[in-house]
Design a protein around this ligand. Structure first.
Ligand code: NAP
Length: 361
């Protein structure tokens, strides 16, 4: 087997950690001796043993004459819950360590490699580097930009409507699409963001259902005038609910898990970057924006999104005042062309629906 083929195995192994490893990165490890895979391991849950430890366990901690393939540079820090993987590798002394990509955290980047090389272990870096990076887009963005990773999600008719003229939106997408969104979008985000109009019209729970997770994602409602009712269903789950409001908005007798964050706004509303920076400071590393249309519009026109997931249901909602999946005021016009261009990345069939995935251009 080639290094690339074995690293592809390590990537497959890493994916088994989804979604329980979150918000830690997905990491996979494969141990090879005499051209044969003798053990595999992945980081299975947040705060749990790392991929290298789980793989080493399976070969009775004997790594002599073996090569260790790992999707991300082994950790070398002592300032965390688990001991450094570099210590483990130094004691087990594999012949070679092959790494997909360096740790993107500037504090750790390259340190693990240096420790291994100094001790005489051979190290090769960059095998399937892009694919290894793609395992953890949020982790890379967090380390580089100190901002949460942002996914926008909309379930719409083929003519781009997310609700009829009275605000009814149940259900536009199929059960299969909703299952997908719980499993792959909500379960892997730290916070679900919504505009206050959606909370008033739909009274959604905004929880992850039927998926094993460590804890429910936080919720953040953009609500300048604190119109969110105290009876809203978002308050029922055990998690924090942030309400982004103006300094002078009148507070209500909200439950204890509510944190009202006060901000100033410009002519066109709160600056999305201010909201994202605040959430990042509170430990939120990825957000899922579940509309409605005005809220999506604010994120898109600010250029603050990483992916857009559009679930298209085979239906047409035709009222003149039906709600669009993205809207902004007529005063705003994009710098170039008719609209904001995005990059098509993937398409999936989910029962009767289509899921289109876009990235930033
Ligand atoms: N099918 C789907 O996927 C889906 C998902 C979600 C929602 N929906 C539907 O969407 C409809 C609601 O959409 P919508 O476009 O009317 O409203 P929305 O986006 O839910 O909420 C808009 C409101 O949120 C506040 N807001 C959002 N961004 C802001 C910013 N940057 N600065 C200040 N305030 C901000 C404003 O509140 P104030 O008005 O208080 O200033 C604004 O009017 C509902 O009918 C719901 O059923 C459908």
């Amino acid at each position: 087997m080639t290094d690339e083929e074995i690293m592809a195995e390590a990537i497959r192994e890493a994916k088994k950690g989804f979604p329980l490893a979150f918000p830690n990165p997905l990491v996979g490890c494969v141990v090879v001796r005499n051209g044969k895979i003798i053990a595999r391991g992945h980081h299975a849950f947040f705060g749990g043993p790392h991929a290298e430890v789980n793989a080493a366990k399976k070969c009775s901690y004997n790594l002599r004459n073996a090569s260790v393939y790992v999707t991300m540079e082994p950790c070398s820090s002592r300032a965390k819950k688990t001991p450094p993987c570099t210590d483990l590798l130094l004691s087990l002394r594999p012949e070679k360590v092959i790494i997909g990509d360096l740790d993107p955290n500037p504090i750790h980047n390259g340190r693990g490699v240096e420790i291994l090389r100094k001790s005489g272990i051979k190290v090769k870096i960059g095998v399937l580097k892009k694919e290894c990076q793609n395992l953890n887009p949020a982790f890379y963005k967090n380390m580089k930009e100190k901002l949460p990773y942002i996914i926008l999600k909309m379930a719409q008719s083929i003519n781009g409507k997310i609700a009829d003229n009275r605000g009814n939106s149940k259900w536009i997408s199929s059960e299969k699409s909703r299952e997908y969104s719980h499993k792959f979008l909500r379960a892997a985000c730290g916070c679900i963001i919504s505009g206050v109009e959606t909370i008033i019209k739909d009274d959604p729970e905004l929880t992850v259902r039927n998926v094993k997770i460590q804890s429910q994602p936080a919720v953040c409602v953009i609500d300048p005038n604190l119109r969110t009712p105290i009876s809203a269903r978002i308050f029922k789950a055990k998690r924090t609910v942030y309400l982004i409001s103006l300094y002078n908005a009148k507070n209500k007798n909200y439950p204890e898990n509510v944190s009202v964050i006060r901000m100033g706004k410009k002519e066109d509303g709160f600056q999305i970057i201010d909201i994202l920076k605040t959430l990042y400071e509170k430990g939120i590393r990825s957000v899922l924006v579940e509309g409605g249309g005005k809220t999506h519009g604010q994120f898109i026109r600010s250029g603050l999104f990483d992916k857009i997931f559009v679930f298209i249901s085979p239906m047409i909602i035709g009222q003149e005042n039906a709600i669009s999946s993205v809207s902004w005021t007529d005063r705003f016009s994009p710098k170039k062309g008719l609209g904001i261009a995005v990059k098509p990345e993937d398409i999936k069939s989910l029962g009767p629906d289509l899921l289109l995935i876009y990235g930033k251009k």
